[in-house]
Design a protein around this ligand. Structure first.
Ligand code: ASP
Ligand code: MG
Length: 241
């Protein structure tokens, strides 16, 4: 049975209606006979809003507490997606990064994943459950919550896909894939069907925001096939491999 990791960004989860649409997509994928791990970002602008509140209270917030605060956005999404799946009678189980064992270094607000404990994930998948994971976060060996840097849920998704030796990692966003240029600025821009890791890294370096460049590096190192696509349509997106 093939194993697939899906990552949904904040715009794909911005409202209860969007979460329900994502839920239906997850169920369709499961019905195709796939084992499924879903990595989620915080809803809409949640992370920005939490950061704004913290900065109103303290212009120089302690990074340990900031990470604890910001990680909560993804925790909310993971619980809500699991709750929504359950309303369709699907068995799912949601985890924070620390619960599942995403171990990082101690660099708060820009931590690096050092290790992922895969045993529990495989146990839940083997019981037929859909595993939902809060993206963007981990935990130090001393049990402090860390975050991976802005946009870090992509890193979680690809690192988890690599650790599980997943057959595919789908990155769901609000654009239909990777374009030759920004379609909002250059209307003739074409969507690319396929690009290499190297080409994607170059594009990410020159400002394409569709996926975190560190996620592409990890995908390239561990040869994780990526598919960047929209959660708003059924269109094929851009495959990277
Ligand atoms: N919610 C975090 C951010 O906005 C992480 C992510 O979206 O990937 O940066
Ligand atoms: Mg976000």
């Amino acid at each position: 049975m093939s194993l697939i990791v899906q990552k949904y960004g904040g715009s794909s989860l911005a409202s209860p209606q969007r979460i329900r649409e994502v839920t239906e997509r997850i169920i369709r994928t499961k019905k195709e006979g796939k084992k499924l791990v879903v990595v989620v970002s915080a809803m809409g602008k949640t992370t920005d809003n939490l950061l704004k509140i913290a900065l109103q209270l303290n212009s120089n917030p302690p990074e340990r507490e900031l990470d604890l605060l910001l990680s909560s956005g993804e925790v909310i999404s993971s619980a809500l997606v699991s709750i929504s799946l359950s309303s369709f009678g699907e068995e799912a189980i949601a985890f924070t990064g620390s619960q599942i064992g995403i171990i990082t270094d101690r660099l708060h607000t820009k931590a690096h994943i050092q290790e992922i404990e895969v045993k529990r994930i495989f146990e839940e998948l083997d019981q037929g459950k859909i595993v939902i994971m809060a993206g963007f976060q981990g935990v130090t060996p001393e049990n402090a919550i860390t975050t991976l840097g802005r946009g870090g849920s992509d890193i979680t998704a690809v690192a988890v896909a690599a650790a599980l030796e997943s057959d595919l990692c789908e990155i769901y966003t609000d654009v239909e894939g990777v374009y030759t240029a920004d379609p909002l600025i250059i209307p003739q821009a074409r969507k690319l069907k396929y690009i290499s890791y190297e080409e994607m890294l170059e594009l990410a370096g020159s400002g394409a925001k569709v996926i975190h460049s560190r996620a592409v590096e990890i995908a390239s190192k561990y040869k994780v096939p990526l598919h960047i696509r929209s959660s708003f349509t059924e269109e094929e997106g851009t495959r990277i491999g």
